[in-house]
Design a protein around this ligand. Structure first.
Ligand SMILES: NC(=O)c1ccc[n+]([C@@H]2O[C@H](COP(=O)([O-])OP(=O)(O)OC[C@H]3O[C@@H](n4cnc5c(N)ncnc54)[C@H](OP(=O)(O)O)[C@@H]3O)[C@@H](O)[C@H]2O)c1
Length: 298
């Protein structure tokens, strides 16, 4: 459950990130858009202007008090981690909470993946290592949790101090995901939750992966807060002349769910960072999710 710790720089909100006990900014910097070529719109992470804008976006995030940063080796084949490393690599220990991910399912593959991540991030540890999840099947979960499998590698890295906490990310809400949530071996989860993907939590129904994660005390981050552009594309299709700022409204929707500790937004420019920091500090703009879902008047 969301616990406001204090309001800091420019009214940035800080929360306790579940059972990690770490205090992090509620607005999290999502690194996918910085690294993936043509993600959401035409974009080249290798272009000089992209790099400059990305560096400034990260610097602005630090200035505005964002402390949660999320990336993955697969975002542009290491490009996002490299950009993170350029700006965040030299920061003093404990200044930020840095999360990355790993994809392989075997022990040695995890070790190699983290070694590469640390080089690109220019760090000797990360705060959070997450299994980069798209889809989970029962078989995949069995493999992850099997002796000498992915989980054991992550726990070894944790024991060695290379990784402070472990988690997983998921697009799915199937039985396999609930098994991972219930297995008791993770500190955090990152779930796809936004205005158009409300299946992890709908306030009128007492179930869903967000609720299960909350009951387990996991730190909860929501990915794709601005729907990775899907909602905006739909609006452009049906109302091409409509210039309403749907992005901020979508992000405010996710902030309005008190089960979500960290709201991850992809940001490529300092302007976007300022825009989302303003949403993060706009407590009066939060909506009542129960009222939103009410189907009867009075
Ligand atoms: N499986 C996984 O582990 C997984 C999957 C997806 C995402 N994630 C994590 O979640 C983060 C967020 O997801 P995402 O980047 O896919 O999607 P997102 O945050 O929903 O969308 C990112 C795009 O939305 C635009 N945007 C952001 N804030 C906006 C605002 N206030 N108004 C208008 N547009 C805005 C930006 O566009 P411009 O480029 O035009 O500024 C940005 O490129 C990722 O970066 C990643 O860290 C994890």
């Amino acid at each position: 459950m969301l616990q406001w710790i204090f309001k800091g720089i420019d009214d940035m909100e800080y929360v306790q990130f579940g059972k990690t006990g770490a205090t992090v900014s509620r607005l999290g910097f999502g690194g996918a858009a910085l690294g993936i070529k043509n993600y959401i719109r035409p974009y080249d992470p290798a272009a000089e202007e992209s790099q400059e804008s990305a560096h400034k976006a990260l610097e602005t995030a630090l200035e505005l008090g964002i402390t949660f940063f999320d990336t993955s080796p697969v975002y542009g084949d290491g490009a996002s981690e490299t950009i993170f490393g350029d700006v965040l690599g030299g920061l003093e220990q404990g200044r930020i909470f840095l999360a990355t991910k790993c994809v392989p399912t075997d022990y040695d593959g995890v070790m190699r993946s983290v070694e590469g991540s640390l080089k690109r991030l220019r760090r000797d540890y990360v705060d959070l290592l997450q299994i980069h999840g798209g889809t989970y099947t029962d078989e995949r979960v069995q493999k992850i949790l099997a002796p000498q499998g992915m989980m054991d590698a992550m726990k070894k890295l944790q024991a060695d101090g290379v990784v402070r906490f472990t988690g997983f990310t998921s697009e799915d809400n199937n039985r396999a995901v609930f098994n991972l949530l219930e297995c008791g071996r993770f500190d955090t989860v990152q779930l796809c939750y936004n205005f158009i993907f409300q299946h992890p939590y709908e306030s009128t129904r007492p179930f869903g992966s967000l609720l299960a994660a909350e009951r387990r005390g996991l730190g909860i981050a929501a990915m794709r807060a601005a729907t990775s552009g899907t909602f905006q594309r739909w609006m452009k299709m049906i109302r091409p002349d409509d210039n309403f700022d749907y992005g901020s409204a979508l992000i405010q929707f996710v902030f309005s769910n008190p089960l979500v500790d960290v709201v991850l937004a992809g940001m490529r420019s300092p302007g976007r960072v300022r825009q989302n920091a303003a949403v993060a500090s706009d407590l009066a703009g939060r909506i009542d999710l129960r009222a939103l879902h009410r189907r009867t008047a009075g």
